[in-house]
Design a protein around this ligand. Structure first.
Ligand code: NI
Length: 177
């Protein structure tokens, strides 16, 4: 169990396409997931993708109960998701503020699909198949983008809605990353 260093934007390891996980329920996989959980908790993240700690595998974790980084966010069940596939449903988009532990201290408005279906497997290889919307759908899209080398600023349409968290939201006691 340990908190791992999170790579920051500019590191070329964040731009790679991650490889499929092909062995499940192994001690190495469980140790990696525990490190990711420890790292996400230490940073109050809503999610973390393995490439953000330099591990080039298709593995993301996410979940939001009450999170000071996202004080108004809907709850998202804690999920460990490997080898995900996202399916567009109706194509409706929605703008929303995002941050990323690899882009510390900043927020930006990102258009995302409002609802989607996603499939994949958990750490034991059991199937996951969910249809979600709103913040849950946003978090899944953000985290799975990390598996294809995409950081949220690359999805932004209006760079005027990109800035430092403490300047954008001076009255809110948000962590600065
Ligand atoms: Ni991120």
């Amino acid at each position: 169990m340990s908190v791992r260093e999170i790579l920051r934007m500019g590191d070329p390891r964040l731009l790679r396409v991650a490889e499929l996980v092909d062995r499940f329920d192994t001690p190495e996989l469980h140790a990696l997931i525990q490190d990711m959980r420890d790292t996400m908790a230490a940073e109050n993240g809503a999610g973390l993708a393995a490439p953000q700690i330099g591990v080039n595998q298709q593995l993301v974790i996410f979940g939001v109960e009450h999170n000071p980084r996202y004080p108004d966010a809907e709850q998202v069940p804690f999920t460990i998701l490997l080898n995900p596939t996202l399916y567009k449903l109706d194509g409706e988009m929605e703008d929303g503020w995002e941050g990323c532990l690899s882009v510390p201290g900043m927020r930006g408005v990102v258009p995302r699909f409002k609802r989607l279906r996603y499939t994949g497997v958990d750490a034991a290889g059991n199937p996951i198949d969910r249809t979600v919307e709103g913040f849950h759908a946003r978090v899944v899209q953000h985290e799975c983008d990390h598996l294809y080398g995409v950081l949220y600023p690359m999805r932004m349409k209006d760079m005027r809605q990109f800035g430092f968290t403490d300047v954008l939201f001076p009255d809110q006691d948000m962590p600065n990353d």
